[in-house]
Design a protein around this ligand. Structure first.
Ligand SMILES: Cc1cc2nc3c(=O)[nH]c(=O)nc-3n(C[C@H](O)[C@H](O)[C@H](O)COP(=O)(O)O)c2cc1C
Length: 205
C-alpha cells in the first residue's frame, strides 16, 4: 500500500511560453519534496513541450496524468491533472484551492489575462482565486523584448503582491551545462515557495 500523505499542495501551471524544461524540472522537484502538485497545462504548453523537449503528451487527461506520474516516479494522486474547463476542480474555488501557485513558464497572453481577471480557463481562474484569497502567486515569465503592455501588466500584478520572476538565470555560478541554468531558476522558485532545495546554494555559501 502506498503512503499518500503529502507535506503540502502546490498548483503548477505550464503555459505556452518558451521554457518547458524549467516547468518539468520544477514538477520533478515538487514531487521529490513530497508536495501534491495540482497540474494545469495550456494547449500551447503542450505544443511547446513537443517542440522543446520532444514530449508528445497522450490525448486523454487520464493517460497524460499516468504518463507524468510514471515519468516523475510520483505517488498515486501526487500529480492531479485538470482540464482547462474543469470548474469543479480544487483550484477553481477559494474553499479548496492550494494556497500556493506557480506559473512556469508563463506566456504574456496568460499574464495579461490574469492581470485583467479574465478567468476564461482553469489556469486564469486558479490564479484569480489565489489573488482573491491572498495566497502566493509566482509568475515565472519569458519574453524578450517586452512591450509597454507587458511591462504595465507586470507592474499591475506586482502591485497585487504577485512575485514576478523572469526566467533569466544568472551566470555567477559559472554554469557549463544547460541543466545548471535550468536549476538556477528552479532553485529560486523553490526558495520563494519555502521548499527546501539543494540545487543551488544561497549567495556566497
Ligand atoms: C515554441 C513556442 C514558443 C513560444 N514562446 C513564447 C514565449 O517565450 N513567450 C510568450 O509570451 N509566448 C510564446 N509563445 C506564444 C504562446 O504560446 C501563445 O501566445 C499562446 O497563445 C499562449 O497561450 P497560453 O498562455 O494559453 O499558453 C510561443 C509559442 C511557441 C509555439
Amino acid at each position: 500500500m502506498s503512503d499518500n500523505t503529502f507535506d503540502q499542495s502546490v498548483t503548477l501551471a505550464m503555459t505556452g511560453a518558451s521554457g518547458a524544461p524549467y516547468g518539468l524540472r520544477l514538477l520533478q522537484q515538487l514531487v521529490a519534496a513530497n508536495c501534491q502538485v495540482v497540474l494545469l497545462l495550456s494547449d500551447a504548453a503542450k505544443i511547446v513541450l513537443a517542440t522543446e523537449v520532444d514530449i508528445q503528451l497522450p490525448d486523454s487527461l487520464e493517460d497524460t496524468q499516468a504518463f507524468l506520474i510514471k515519468r516523475f516516479n510520483a505517488k498515486t494522486d501526487q500529480i492531479k491533472l485538470h482540464s482547462k474547463y474543469d470548474w469543479f476542480s480544487t483550484p477553481a474555488s477559494g474553499s479548496s484551492s492550494p494556497k500556493k501557485m506557480v506559473i512556469c513558464p508563463c506566456s504574456m497572453g496568460t499574464l495579461s489575462s490574469i492581470r485583467h481577471g479574465a478567468s476564461n480557463n482553469l489556469i486564469e481562474r486558479a490564479a484569480d482565486v489565489i489573488l482573491k484569497e491572498r495566497g502566493q502567486l509566482i509568475i515565472a515569465w519569458r519574453e524578450s523584448p517586452l512591450s509597454t503592455i507587458h511591462l504595465e501588466n507586470m507592474l499591475g500584478l506586482s502591485k497585487m503582491g504577485v512575485t514576478m520572476m523572469p526566467l533569466a538565470p544568472g551566470f555567477y555560478h559559472k554554469p557549463t551545462e544547460i541543466n545548471e541554468l535550468i536549476d538556477f531558476m528552479v532553485a529560486r522558485v523553490l526558495d520563494h515557495l519555502q521548499i527546501k532545495q539543494t540545487l543551488v546554494l544561497p549567495w556566497m555559501q
